[in-house]
Write a protein that binds this ligand. Structure first.
Ligand SMILES: Cc1cc2nc3c(=O)[nH]c(=O)nc-3n(C[C@H](O)[C@H](O)[C@H](O)COP(=O)(O)OP(=O)(O)OC[C@H]3O[C@@H](n4cnc5c(N)ncnc54)[C@H](O)[C@@H]3O)c2cc1C
Length: 305
């Protein structure tokens, strides 16, 4: 595989990185190495990579900001394609704004703010990319990707570009079509925003950021909320009511500041986080009769209990 990946990289004059520590590319700061890592430069290169991996039956994973990824200690035996700055263009046409998948939500929201467009205020503080946000149907403070997306362009497993409209994206709470079709790569996301008052938009963004700073343990590495919101109540409240704030396994800890966040308190391993989460799930199930589901995407191989 190395020779074939190298051939593509040499053809396009881009680096093939090897044994890349996932802890340096995920906000949780956890995980072993990815065997190969390539920065996505354009759709032509992406298409070649996708076709190669498919033809060789070689695992391939797309990463944005790594802010919802829990990488295993053994790492990932495959190719990570990183969608970043080279996929961060913005186009506006007839009231529809198209953001390329690698742009950060912060930058996309800034654009909306500067153009007095409302609809992204609550998304502005989420530390991911547009692609990752659509994949997760990210949301906060009663804002969600599903409310603004009109369509999306993606690359299928044959390396061809496709367009899918919002009604086919199966967007529901922290769920999208792409979760069942992870072989696809989101290239761009089109959204419809509403004309608004710039001052009002800015004030809301500032308010949401202040709330994040006040409530969330942002001084520790994490993947944000560790558990999805169950049908009944909030994960953080349930965990708190079970007396689990500060509960620690190895270097992983239920944040004292926000019980919904598991933090990498002190050089946590994947195993620490998984053990801690399993115990939290067990206790909440026993005491409250509610089962909690992990939100972050697990990347890499591990031994399931
Ligand atoms: C401090 C903190 C606060 C957070 N607050 C929130 C919040 O308020 N609300 C919320 O919803 N989330 C929150 N999150 C979680 C996270 O930021 C979001 O889920 C975000 O949308 C993930 O984007 P990303 O680019 O980091 O994706 P990644 O973590 O890189 O990837 C997540 C998943 O998306 C897939 N993916 C990424 N890009 C693409 C692409 N271009 N094509 C196909 N698949 C892709 C990946 O393969 C992976 O399966 C928070 C995280 C942190 C650390």
């Amino acid at each position: 595989m190395r020779e074939k990946l190298l051939a593509i990289c040499q053809k396009y004059d881009i680096p093939l990185l090897e044994q890349v520590p996932l802890k340096e590319h995920t906000t949780f700061r956890i995980g072993g190495n990815a065997e190969y890592w390539i920065e996505a430069k354009n759709t032509e290169i992406l298409s070649e990579l996708v076709r190669l991996c498919r033809g060789e039956n070689y695992p391939c994973f797309v990463m944005g900001k790594g802010s919802n990824i829990l990488a295993t200690d053994k790492g990932y035996q495959g190719l990570v394609i990183h969608m970043g700055n080279d996929f961060s263009a913005i186009h506006e046409n007839d009231g529809i704004i198209t953001f390329q998948a690698g742009i950060s939500l912060a930058k996309a929201s800034k654009y909306a703010e500067e153009h007095s467009l409302s609809g992204m205020e609550g998304l502005s503080g989420i530390p991911g990319t547009m692609g990752g946000a659509l994949y997760m149907n990210a949301g906060a403070y009663n804002y969600e990707m599903s409310q603004i997306v009109t369509s999306c362009q993606y690359m299928d497993e044959m390396g061809n570009l496709q367009t899918i409209s919002a009604d086919k994206l199966e967007l529901s709470y922290r769920h999208s079509y792409f979760m069942e079709h992870p072989e696809n790569i989101i290239i761009s996301v089109s959204v419809r925003l509403n004309a608004g008052e710039r001052e009002e938009i800015s004030a809301k963004m500032r308010d949401f950021l202040t709330r994040r700073n006040e409530k969330q343990p942002l001084n520790y590495p994490s993947a944000g909320s560790t558990f999805k919101r169950p049908k009944e109540g909030y994960a953080s409240r349930l965990i708190d009511e079970c007396g689990l704030k500060g509960y620690t396994v190895g270097g992983a800890q239920v944040s004292e500041k926000h019980a919904g966040f598991v933090i990498n308190w002190n050089h946590a391993t994947f195993a620490d986080v998984m053990e801690l989460c399993a115990n939290v799930q067990k206790i909440v199930e026993e005491k409250k009769g509610i089962s909690l589901e992990l939100e972050p995407i697990i990347l890499g191989t591990y031994q399931k209990e």
